[in-house]
Design a protein around this ligand. Structure first.
Ligand SMILES: [Zn+2]
Length: 120
């Protein structure tokens, strides 16, 4: 369904950012996720436009495909850093066990430790 109130190609009502309804964005503009699927990254370009949906409660930013750059694969050093961060985030600080999930931040330890503490 066409919702005229979200079609604002000049961006006059949205702080100068061209605003479109979901599915009404002009060609050549894509979200970061859509660009990633094409092997591209927005690079340093500014946000070109935004789309609103769910009655304006959800927003997605659009970038120009012609300004996007090819995504470079991560270097070995970047991969090592990612792995290290992952190990830190998935190791329980209380019992030292490494899990295949991230330790929940709101518990600060693994679920076994958290449950054990609750039971005591
Ligand atoms: Zn633990």
């Amino acid at each position: 369904m066409f919702r005229a109130e979200y079609d604002d190609p000049e961006g006059g009502r949205h702080g100068g950012l061209p605003t479109f309804n979901y599915r009404h964005a002009p060609g050549g503009l894509y979200t970061r996720r859509q660009l990633a699927l094409m092997g591209l990254t927005p690079g340093r370009q500014p946000i070109a436009a935004q789309i609103l949906w769910r009655r304006g409660k959800r927003v997605a930013y659009l970038y120009r495909k012609d300004l996007a750059r090819p995504k470079r694969p991560a270097t070995p050093a970047q991969l090592r850093a990612l792995m290290k961060a992952w190990v830190v985030l998935s190791t329980c600080p209380s019992c030292g066990t490494e899990y295949d999930y991230y330790i929940p931040r709101r518990y600060g330890e693994c679920l076994d430790c958290f449950d054990g503490r609750k039971a005591n």
